[in-house]
Design a protein around this ligand. Structure first.
Ligand code: GTP
Length: 190
């Protein structure tokens, strides 16, 4: 397993949250803001955490916050900013809208990094999840090239890398649910 000193946690907390109507990272679940669930899942596995957001409110969590290098361009640009500022070879990237996430799911990504993959992503219920994934820092170069060409699609960009999927069983898949709408929020808090 990779030593945690070689892994940075990168949390994406930008974007428009247009479907939710308010910044998803600050929605509450089980007494904690969503973003804190991502922070807590990362903590045992990484040596430091960077939050990628233009919202200064995220400074209350006490981690380094990086603003998007390229604004309003979606998660691909957010990951690019994170990888550019990270100083470790490996980087665990998480969105801020997966409040059920747990460290043992992320550990599966770290344990899979035995060969020379550039990206290792979760596959859950037949869906690939590049926002629950381990990225090598070197991906920043291909991502910048694609962004400069006008590319915005994260999965397209990830598919250009040497890629492995870690397939979750049905029980583990529950922990990767992402919450985009008030209805989805209501459903998990019932
Ligand atoms: N730093 C950064 N993060 C982003 C950006 N766009 C989306 N994200 C993050 O990427 C994850 C997935 O975002 P989406 O749900 O696809 O997009 P969104 O803009 O947050 O929400 P919608 O407007 O409802 O699509 C979330 O954690 C967002 O915070 C961006 O431009 N910059």
């Amino acid at each position: 397993m990779i030593d945690k000193k070689n892994i940075t946690g990168i949390i994406l907390s930008g974007g428009k949250s247009s479907r939710m109507g308010s910044d998803k990272g600050f929605l509450m679940f089980e007494g904690k803001p969503f973003v804190e669930h991502s922070i807590d899942a990362l903590k045992p596995l990484v040596s430091n955490i960077i939050i990628i957001s233009n919202n200064k409110d995220y400074d209350i969590f006490g981690f380094k916050r990086i603003e998007d290098e390229i604004e309003n361009t979606g998660p691909l640009a957010g990951i690019y900013s994170g990888l550019k500022h990270a100083s470790t070879e490996y980087n665990l990237v998480l969105s801020c809208d997966i409040p059920l996430i747990k460290s043992n799911i992320l550990e599966k990504l770290v344990n899979a990094a035995v060969e020379d993959y550039e990206v290792i992503q979760i596959e859950s219920g037949g869906k690939t999840m590049p926002l629950i994934a381990l990225y090598k820092k070197q991906c920043e170069h291909i991502f910048l090239k694609l962004l400069n060409e006008g590319e915005r699609r994260l999965q397209f960009a990830v598919n250009q890398c040497n890629l492995k999927n870690v397939v979750l069983n049905e029980a583990d898949a529950l922990f990767t649910q992402n919450i985009n709408t008030p209805e989805e929020l209501k459903a998990i808090t019932l």
